[in-house]
Design a binder for this molecule. Structure first.
Ligand code: SF4
Length: 395
């Protein structure tokens, strides 16, 4: 059965292939990608320590808190290699601002920090997660999530709300009867901005169905992938998020960038390399598009000229362009035309107002034309290109 955490589901929704690399193939994620993760973890550990001490009735000063954070810096294995002093200054700034904003931390009563949950879905599937802090303020249950990213999501339906809805569902499972209202709160540590969300029953029911559907989908794909381990089952979704993806060098959408170029040669093409061929192909396609546009404009001009002078051939120095005259049906009012055809008893015969069938019907039954109002459909003479002759080649 599928037991996926909220973050795994979020990764799947961002890019299924990344999910496959990380959680199906279980490939290592290189450390250099995780500096921001290390900063986030250190801030989370430090605030967890703050609320644990406060819950025990201990007073903790800012200096004590920063000293605690410092011990985390040296104990964080990730931080040891990658976190620079500039990165560390961010941790100090986030913790200091938080302390100064919320001290003496009596806005609510903390009932848990780093609260783990397993939310039962259906058919044995579950969704797991960790809530940074759970607190009670009267009959309001607060589920608090700290973010260390610099970008503050401004819309109500941002990527974090999915995570918060899962937390709200978990809260009903973890603390039944303890509250009347659940508030999900994002605290952006970089700016000490709070965003508060409350979700109604319908929204949460829909969300639960959504995570169940996703879980079942992943479970199914994992089964298929065990039989057909190819790139088709978990699809890739390139985008801005690729910049921080640890699997860039493995990803079929990116890996050619760093591959050694290879020589290729085929008939009618000068020997080249694959990378040069890519550039040449794109330039050729662009020229082709420009040429097509030019040809269309020339054709239009020639047709108009021939039509205006009532000519069926135009002569150049070395070529002749022939035309044939025909009629073109233009439908102006499809609904009224349908009514007309029904009144005439021929609508069923035409199945529906299909341009081609109607054109061929009118050709065979020209009398119908007299009875169709020109406002509904018109039948106009047009010139089509006919034979093109290159006179010099012919000679
Ligand atoms: S590089 Fe982008 S497209 Fe490729 S796996 Fe990573 S997130 Fe997906």
């Amino acid at each position: 059965m599928g037991h996926f955490s909220h973050s795994k589901l979020a990764m799947y929704e961002t890019c299924q292939l990344k999910f496959r690399f990380a959680h199906v193939d279980k490939l290592d994620m290189p450390f250099e990608q995780t500096v921001s993760l290390a900063i986030g973890k250190t801030c989370h550990h430090t605030l967890e320590h703050l609320y644990k001490q406060t819950a025990k009735g201990h007073t903790i000063t800012l200096d004590m808190l920063l000293a605690y954070a410092q011990t985390k810096r040296s104990s964080e294995t990730i931080a040891l290699t990658d976190v620079t002093d500039d990165d560390w200054a961010l941790v100090v700034r986030h913790v200091t601002r938080y302390y100064e904003t919320y001290a003496p931390f009596t806005q609510d009563t903390t009932i848990g920090t780093e609260v783990r949950f397993t939310l039962p879905l259906e058919n044995g599937h579950t969704c797991t997660g960790i809530i940074d802090r759970v607190a009670l303020s009267g009959r309001i249950l607060k589920l608090i999530d700290y973010k260390t990213s610099h970008s503050i999501k401004t819309t109500a339906d941002n990527e974090y709300t999915s995570q918060l809805k899962t937390y709200a569902l978990a809260a009903h499972h973890l603390y039944p009867g303890l509250f009347d209202t659940v508030q999900c709160i994002i605290v952006y540590l970089s700016a000490q901005v709070e965003q508060v969300f409350e979700f109604d029953h319908e929204t949460m029911t829909k969300h639960k169905q959504h995570i169940l559907d996703r879980t079942q989908e992943i479970w199914q794909k994992m089964a298929e992938y065990s039989f057909f381990p190819d790139n088709v089952i978990f699809t890739h979704s390139p985008g801005k998020h690729c910049q921080s993806c640890p699997f860039l060098t493995l990803c079929p959408a990116w890996k050619h960038k760093d591959m050694i170029d290879e020589e290729v040669s085929v008939a009618d093409l000068a020997p080249t390399t694959i990378k040069r061929l890519v550039d040449e192909y794109v330039i050729a396609k662009k020229h082709l598009k420009e040429q097509e546009k030019k040809v269309e404009m020339m054709a239009d001009l020639l047709k108009k000229y021939a039509h205006h002078h009532n000519l069926l051939a135009l002569y150049g120095q070395s070529a002749i362009v022939g035309f044939r005259a025909t009629y073109k049906l233009t439908i102006h009012d499809k609904d009224t035309l349908s009514t007309f055809l029904k009144q005439e008893g021929i609508f069923d015969q035409l199945a529906s107002i299909n341009h081609a069938t109607l054109t061929s019907f009118i050709k065979k039954n020209p009398d119908i034309l007299r009875r169709i109002d020109k406002q509904i459909a018109s039948w106009d003479p047009v010139l089509m290109f006919g034979k093109i002759t290159h006179t010099e080649e012919d000679e």
